[in-house]
Design a protein around this ligand. Structure first.
Ligand code: 5GP
Ligand code: ZN
Length: 118
């Protein structure tokens, strides 16, 4: 399912360029255009799901596979190893949750501090 007006659906379809770091049948992972930390990736399901507010049991396997990919993505893209290093996963949801792009995405932030946010 794709939304022709959705920015991340357009990136997934290759209509808008992105700095892709990983892709499989479930997800596309690319660099955030305005990084808030030395490593700032966006993990985006290929399926158009507007936000975490629409997620239920049906999406649990997909989200599980996405979360399980985070440790490898972090290390492969410059995050330092746990525990001195590590990373932060963040899912902004809805206006009050700070969500700007309404296609579900997991922010993966890491690298040496200080960061711009948090
Ligand atoms: P949100 O605020 O919805 O959680 O996060 C949206 C993120 O998408 C922001 O961090 C923003 O910098 C990033 N972003 C917005 N437009 C683009 C774009 O065209 N390309 C890329 N790579 N990132 C984008
Ligand atoms: Zn979309």
């Amino acid at each position: 399912m794709h939304d022709p007006d959705c920015l991340f659906c357009k990136i997934i379809a290759g209509q808008i360029p992105s700095s892709k770091v990983y892709e499989d049948e479930d997800m596309l992972v690319f660099k955030d255009i305005h990084p808030a930390a030395p490593v700032h990736l966006l993990m985006v399901p290929k399926l158009h799901i507007a936000s975490m507010a629409q997620v239920g049991a049906e999406q649990a396997p997909l989200l599980g596979r996405m979360l399980a990919k985070a440790p490898q993505l972090a290390l492969d893209n410059g995050c330092n190893p746990y525990p001195q290093g590590g990373f932060r996963l963040m899912v902004n949801t809805g206006e009050e949750g700070g969500q700007e792009v309404h296609h579900l995405h997991i922010h993966l932030l890491g690298g040496p501090r200080p960061w711009k946010k948090g």
